[in-house]
Design a protein around this ligand. Structure first.
Ligand SMILES: [Zn+2]
Length: 80
């Protein structure tokens, strides 16, 4: 008596849904999500803002004004 389970139900393992945690709020995000790996557009924009502000810090440290100062001295017209 009873229903024997169909072969395909017993042999094919259920595929677990692939999920990651949102890097911003640590909420589980499905891989099919529109804003993957972020849970929402809001978290995606927050991450983008963090990255952009980091870039500004790096570029300001690279800038060096020593050469400009020398250039200004040379360019000063010599009024006699
Ligand atoms: Zn999030």
């Amino acid at each position: 008596m009873g229903h024997p389970l169909p072969i395909y139900n017993r042999r094919v393992p259920l595929k677990p849904k692939i999920t990651l945690k949102c890097p911003i709020c640590k909420k589980a995000v499905a891989k099919a999500a529109e804003d993957f790996p972020f849970c929402s557009e809001r978290c995606r924009l927050i991450d983008l803002g963090k990255w952009a502000s980091g870039q500004y810090v790096v570029s300001s440290q690279v800038h060096d004004t020593d050469d400009e100062d020398i250039q200004n001295l040379r360019d000063t017209p010599d009024e006699d």
